[in-house]
Design a binder for this molecule. Structure first.
Ligand SMILES: Nc1ncnc2c1ncn2[C@@H]1O[C@H](COP(=O)(O)OP(=O)(O)OP(=O)(O)O)[C@@H](O)[C@H]1O
Ligand SMILES: [Mg+2]
Length: 609
């Protein structure tokens, strides 16, 4: 579970709500209209019993039907007004709901673009997805409809009390006595219900996590045959969730019935007391009926308000998480003077950007992900512009760490990384990223066509340029055989293509971008020798005329590099050209020997088959 995914806070977080309120206020016009409509609804609700009182007292008891046509007309008017107001508040609440959720999602997404690579290393995808979907939906729903309830209920309560006191103080007192009892009960129940919801939510987020884990890991699960134990775990959590939800429902139901009982105690008392007044001719029948009506309906707004309050408290956890997402600061950022010169991610000032030549230097670089776990210590390496460097070494030796540092996905803790002789922190991240190509070990394709996937390398490239890049690295050869050619969709994450094909497409993307520095994290997964040859040719094209750093696994790539750097535990243990290192008969020689025999062995097997 994510670090700040702790459960709901008891205290109201003012800073969170301030942010949310600023977002709601972006729909100011609709907010005002919503309040007006909700207020009108409350007024109409209060006016209706007054109409009934008039009918009873004047028509039925008084027998005077002279105003009958006006009464009917007024009633029709009331019905029309109801219709208009109901339409109005549903419309406005709907708009506010949509606008708030749009704004929350927009701000969160914008911030996600700004966050550094390390954030995505640490944050599970499912966590972000849940914030962007269910939390924003929940929050905007509660805000818009909660607002209606709040305004409507609050105004109605006040108006009912005012009308009652204006008409007959002695009967109004009964309500006033019951009200505080009601509030205490509402308070106790709301707390109890909230607690049940809290427990349910905890189980729910566990369930969601298991669900997404199950989905993402479905293939692995199947290959490990652990469906059974996964299922057991899942059904245990699901069961806990069910039990907690039932408890929450029971407490809500109990609350409603207690309120109802109290309401009827109030109604009965009013009735008994009122009848005495009517018999004594202190009160008209119409007024008594009106009192009974108000008393019965008085508790509905009380419940609506306590429901809204508990909804809001429920929503606070969602609000905090979304605001947290919106306000997370990137771990890496440009200095103020750099932004002034180079611009930021959304507004670059390309006119001030220097060209990039491609000299790279790691100067006394020390780096760790976690304190006390140094990965690189006083690391030095110089690469001249146009050179191709192969990084080799055992798993965990720090190859990816090195290229991540160079890409400025992370920054050195001590020391510097110089590009063309200048510390890369003196220039903007965007400046570097738009001149640096990184072909990841596991290439990612977007769920669109082959054409668009390559075009991501340079968004303004023409179709011809895209296809030219594709031809250069041999993408063209397999695209020809796809049913829709370049317009074929690659499926989610590109999973309709093979790993080798995905890699070639990301090569084409890199070539199209024409970066000065190219980083290539070679796929370790084995591919057939024909694809291997195509990829090898593509790699050579890719490397020509630019600085390149390759995390190399394939012998052919390594052998052709200008410089081979052998790493072990974050240290360079050997460095030089292929011949130099072979002559040394050291670690590289051993690696080469093993790899060579392995590959020869494979060839031999292929011949024997
Ligand atoms: N995001 C991270 N957080 C914490 N530690 C990390 C992180 N990434 C890598 N490490 C640690 O840093 C060390 C170097 O890892 P790195 O990924 O650079 O190795 P590598 O040489 O690329 O290995 P491989 O050949 O398996 O890709 C390892 O000990 C690893 O556990
Ligand atoms: Mg690696």
């Amino acid at each position: 579970m994510h670090q700040d995914d702790q459960d709901i806070q008891y205290k109201v977080q003012f800073s969170t709500w301030k942010k949310i309120i600023s977002i709601i206020f972006k729909s100011k016009k609709h907010l005002v209209l919503l309040i007006i409509y909700s207020g009108m609804l409350a007024s109409l609700d209060v006016v209706t019993p007054l109409f009934n009182r008039y009918a009873i007292d004047v028509f039925f008891v008084g027998g005077d039907y002279s105003t009958w046509p006006y009464y009917i007309a007024a009633n029709l008017g009331l019905a029309l007004a109801f219709g208009l107001v109901v339409w109005g508040f549903i419309y406005e609440a709907g708009i506010i709901e949509a606008e708030v959720s749009y704004e929350l999602r927009r701000q969160a997404f914008e911030n996600l673009q700004r966050l550094s690579y390390s954030y995505f290393d640490k944050t599970p995808q499912g966590w972000v997805m849940a914030r962007m979907t269910s939390d924003t939906r929940k929050l905007s729903l509660i805000i818009s409809w909660g607002l209606v309830d709040f305004v409507w209920a609050g105004l109605q309560m006040i108006m009912i009390l005012v009308v009652l006191y204006l008409t007959f103080v002695r009967l109004a007192l009964i309500m006033t006595i019951i009200l505080p009892i009601m509030l205490v009960i509402a308070y106790i129940f709301t707390k109890w219900i909230l607690k049940q919801h809290r427990v349910a939510r905890k189980h729910n987020s566990q369930l969601t996590a298991q669900y997404s884990e199950g989905f993402l890991g479905a293939k692995t699960t199947k290959s490990l045959s652990i469906e059974d134990s996964n299922y057991d775990e899942f059904s245990l959590t699901a069961n806990n969730l069910k039990r907690a939800s039932i408890k929450a429902v029971i407490s809500s139901a109990l609350f409603s019935s207690v309120v109802l009982v109290l309401a009827y105690v109030a109604v009965t008392t009013t009735m008994v007391q009122g009848t005495i007044y009517v018999l004594g001719s202190v009160l008209t029948l119409g007024t008594l009926q009106m009192f009974l009506f108000y008393t019965t309906n008085f508790f509905e707004p009380v419940m609506a308000i306590s429901r809204t309050l508990s909804d809001l408290q429920n929503a606070q956890a969602s609000a905090e998480r979304i605001v947290g997402l919106i306000e997370t600061k990137p771990e890496l950022y440009d200095k103020q003077d750099v932004i002034e010169k180079y611009g930021d991610l959304f507004q670059d000032m390309k006119e001030n950007w220097e060209p990039l030549k491609g000299d790279v230097e790691f100067k006394d670089v020390t780096f760790y992900y976690k304190d006390n776990e140094t990965i690189l210590s006083h690391f030095n390496l110089k690469v001249k512009s146009g050179q191709s460097v192969a990084l080799v070494g055992h798993t965990g030796s720090g190859k990816t760490t090195l290229v991540n540092l160079l890409s400025r996905f992370y920054e050195p803790k001590e020391g510097q990384i110089l590009i063309d002789g200048i510390d890369y922190r003196e220039r903007s991240i965007h400046w570097l990223h738009s001149r640096l190509g990184y072909v990841l070990q596991t290439p990612h394709l977007f769920s669109t066509t082959v054409m668009e996937n390559i075009r991501y390398g340079r968004l303004n490239a023409t179709d011809e340029e895209v296809m030219y890049a594709a031809k250069m690295v041999g993408v063209d050869d397999f695209v020809k055989h796809l049913d829709k050619g370049y317009q074929t969709s690659v499926g989610e994450g590109g999973n309709l293509l093979s790993v080798g094909q995905k890699q070639l497409i990301s090569f084409a993307r890199a070539i199209l971008a024409d970066p000065r520095i190219l980083i290539l994290d070679e796929a370790t997964s084995s591919i057939d020798s024909e694809s291997e040859m195509i990829i090898q040719e593509a790699t050579e094209k890719l490397l020509s005329d630019r600085t390149s750093i390759i995390v190399a696994h394939r012998l052919s790539t390594i052998v052709n590099s200008d410089l081979i750097v052998m790493l072990d535990m974050g240290q360079i243990i050997e460095m030089g050209s292929h011949e130099e290192l072979l002559n040394k008969r050291g670690a590289y020689f051993e690696l080469y020997k093993n790899q060579f025999f392995k590959e020869k062995g494979k060839e031999l097997e292929a011949v024997l088959e």
